[in-house]
Design a protein around this ligand. Structure first.
Ligand SMILES: Cc1ncc(COP(=O)(O)O)c(C=O)c1O
Length: 433
């Protein structure tokens, strides 16, 4: 594989960015491969190497790269302006589309990223309840925002008993941040209930991702979600579903797939067609905290680029193309990928399993029963094996994320899945040898 141009770019980057990096999630040692272009399911790097891309910018590009309807929509809008200090018709259109497809969305507010959407949903919950604390599941990722980064990557050395200790993610996190976040074990009703009872009077919201990628891409058990739904309702707390990653699970979003409606949803990624976006949506009574029509609202929201017309028009084009039939086809392909990968890993005789639902899969190089972050926590040896596998697979022309996560895109067909499965199978066999 040619890597010279990527190496040169990384040297240049190191002079102007810490570690040559501006997004820790794409950092690689000694250097990452720099992207040059993408087309459909394929990405080409600056040295001309081509990869079948299952990273899809961290699951965002549900139509793969340079999707023609999104390109056309952006080009149609560009001559008329990229952003205004006024609202546009496009934001209404995207909000209408989203409210039509998710049964429990009455109102939508846009943001620029998923992190900002989570932050605004938490603010809304605090304003609605007048309470300070938030609850999150251990190991779940909810974006770049101090209170939700608590216990994002705890280790056996610091995670404590089954009543998880809140562990800071960034050095220098104030103690007050840790005090505001109650961490509960995912899928453990008894332990979660105890912690919720203990802090009940102070809890504004429970934040749950129905299938947290960092906790092994294992779906929440329906009973767990049903418990959270009932407990929050009975105790005046707001239930927030973080669907930034998992909104791609179905035409009606993620938690709806489990037959449950939350009070607020934070989402993003696929709804921007590849451009920056996030959104908060939910029932009118909760969303009303943003309403400025009767004076200063409990939660004023700004954002220079919020609902900019390029993200809106790209999002409309991407989401219009995601019809129920398209979701069905993509999810069936996802199921074929998970099955094929399971057989390939078994055939190679290495310990491993494949988790996920819909158009998402995650390869885990262990045989443990996975229900939570702690179950899936890889020790140093397992981590090293996965890193090696991801690198071997990349060298054979397939990109998956460093955590073994992959996301399908609509241009993909069965032949692409066959290629993925064959390459992972070969890499596992080689790794074992
Ligand atoms: C579940 C979840 N929440 C929030 C975020 C943050 O979104 P963004 O990266 O757009 O800020 C992510 C991003 O990967 C996510 O997966």
């Amino acid at each position: 594989m040619r890597i010279e141009r990527s190496r040169q770019l990384h040297e240049r980057a190191r002079a102007v960015m810490p570690g040559g990096n501006t997004r820790s999630s794409v950092f690689e040692s000694p250097f990452p491969l720099y992207a040059a272009s993408g087309s459909g399911a394929w990405l080409t790097d600056v040295d001309g190497n081509r990869f079948l891309d299952f990273t899809n910018n961290f699951t965002t590009l549900i139509h793969g790269h340079a999707f023609e309807p999104v390109n056309a929509a952006i080009l149609r809008q560009l001559p008329f302006g990229a952003s205004f200090g006024s609202p546009t018709e496009l934001e209404i259109e995207l909000a209408e589309l989203l409210c039509e497809r998710v049964s429990w969305f009455d109102h939508v507010r846009f943001t620029n990223t998923g992190s900002e959407a989570v932050m605004m949903a938490i603010r809304a919950a605090r304003a609605f309840t007048g309470r300070p604390k938030i609850v999150k599941c251990e190991g779940a990722y909810h974006g770049n925002y101090d209170p939700v980064e608590v216990s994002f990557d705890p280790t056996p050395e610091n995670w404590g008993s089954n009543r998880p200790s809140p562990v800071p993610y960034n050095s220098g996190t104030p103690a007050s941040v840790l005090e505001q976040t109650v961490v509960v074990p995912f899928n453990d009703i008894a332990a979660t209930k105890e912690l919720l009872h203990e802090h009940a009077a102070e809890i504004a919201c429970v934040l749950v991702d129905p299938m947290p990628a960092r906790a092994g891409l294992v779906p929440a058990e329906r009973a767990y979600l049903a418990f959270l739904r009932e407990f929050t309702r009975a105790n005046g707390m707001v239930l927030i579903s973080d669907e930034v990653l998992n909104f791609r699970l179905s035409h009606g979003g993620a938690i709806g797939r489990f037959g449950i409606a939350a009070d607020l949803c934070a989402f993003g990624k696929i709804i921007g067609g590849g451009l920056p976006i996030g959104a908060v949506a939910g029932k009118t009574e909760f969303m009303a905290v943003f309403d400025p029509s009767r004076g200063k609202p409990p939660v004023p929201q700004a954002g220079t680029f919020t609902a900019n017309p390029l993200s809106m028009t790209a999002g409309i084009a991407a989401m219009r193309a995601m019809t129920p039939e398209t979701f069905d086809r993509l999810n069936a392909l996802g199921e074929a990928a998970r099955q094929g990968l399971r057989e390939a890993i078994r055939g190679a005789g290495v310990p491993g399993q494949v988790t996920g639902l819909g158009s998402l899969f995650q390869i885990k190089l262990n045989d443990r029963t996975l229900r939570s972050y702690r179950d899936q926590y890889p020790d140093a040896a397992e981590r090293a094996r996965l890193a090696k596998l991801v690198r071997m697979v990349r060298d054979k022309g397939v990109l998956i994320s460093s955590t073994g996560l992959g996301a399908l895109s609509t241009p993909m067909v069965q032949a692409d899945i066959d290629r993925l499965v064959a390459i992972i199978g070969d890499a596992c066999k080689e790794a074992r040898a």
